[in-house]
Write a protein that binds this ligand. Structure first.
Ligand code: COA
Length: 184
C-alpha cells in the first residue's frame, strides 16, 4: 500500500451502516439467585444485579452494532423490590436510542415467582455503551428505528435523558469555573 501524500483528498469518514430496528437488539437473560449472590439478609447483592444488568445491556449493544462495546455510564439505577435466595430473575434489554458512536440501552429486571409464574419489576437501569473499531477507537454505529408505540416512547425518553445528562455536566462545569474565578 502506498503512503498518503499531502495532495491526496482527505480520507472520508466511514459510511454510516443502515438503521436497524430496536427489536433486533432484544435480549432476555434468566438467572437463579444462589447463596453466593446473597448478603446476610438473604437478599441478592445490588452489585450482582448490576453485573447481570451490564452483561444483558452489553449483549444488546453488541447485537445492534455487531461491534465490541464498552460501558461509558450507568444512570437511573433503581431497585424496586428485594430479590431473595432461590428467586428466578429475568432481565430484558434493548437499544432505546443511538447517537453517533454511543447508544442508550434500557434494562428491566423482573423477579419471577416460580410457583405461580407471576412477575414483578425488581429493578431498572439505563446504560450508555460506546462501540469501538478494530483499533479500539469510538466508531459510528447504525441508527436505531423504534417501531412499536412503546419503543417510540423509550426513544423519546432517551433523548430527554441525554439532554438532562448534558445539561447536568454543563451546569457542574460552569459552577466549578465560577468557583475557580471567585477564588482567584
Ligand atoms: C467511553 C470511551 C470509549 C469514550 O471515549 P472518548 O475519548 O471520550 O470518546 P469521544 O469523546 O469521542 O466520545 C465518544 C462517545 O462516547 C460518549 N461518551 C463519552 N463519555 C461518556 C459518558 N461518561 N457517558 C455517556 N457517554 C459518554 C460521547 O458522548 C460520544 O458519543 P457520540 O459519539 O454518540 O456523540 C472512553 O471514555 C473509555 O474507554 N472509557 C472506559 C470504558 C470502560 O472501561 N468501561 C468499563 C468496562 S467495559
Amino acid at each position: 500500500m502506498s503512503a498518503a501524500r499531502s495532495s491526496d483528498p482527505p480520507a472520508r469518514p466511514p459510511a454510516r451502516p443502515p438503521a436497524r430496528p430496536c427489536r433486533a437488539s432484544h435480549v432476555e437473560m434468566t438467572e437463579m439467585v444462589l447463596p453466593p449472590d446473597t448478603n446476610y439478609h438473604g437478599t441478592v447483592f445490588g452489585g450482582r444485579i448490576l453485573q447481570w444488568i451490564d452483561i444483558a445491556g452489553a449483549i444488546a449493544a453488541q447485537r445492534h452494532t455487531h461491534r465490541k462495546v464498552v460501558t461509558a455510564s450507568l444512570d437511573d439505577m433503581h431497585f424496586a423490590v428485594p430479590v431473595r435466595l432461590g428467586d428466578v430473575v429475568v432481565l430484558k434489554a434493548a437499544v432505546n436510542y443511538v447517537h453517533r458512536t454511543s447508544m442508550e440501552v434500557g434494562v428491566r429486571v423482573e423477579r419471577e415467582v416460580i410457583t405461580t409464574g407471576e412477575r414483578e419489576v425488581a429493578a431498572t437501569a439505563y446504560l450508555t455503551y460506546v462501540a469501538l473499531d478494530d483499533d479500539g477507537a469510538p466508531t459510528v454505529i447504525p441508527p436505531v428505528t423504534p417501531e412499536s408505540p412503546e419503543e417510540k416512547r423509550r426513544f423519546a425518553d432517551a433523548i430527554t435523558r441525554r439532554e438532562f445528562r448534558l445539561a447536568r455536566r454543563d451546569a457542574l462545569l460552569a459552577r466549578r469555573s465560577a468557583d475557580e474565578a471567585a477564588s482567584g
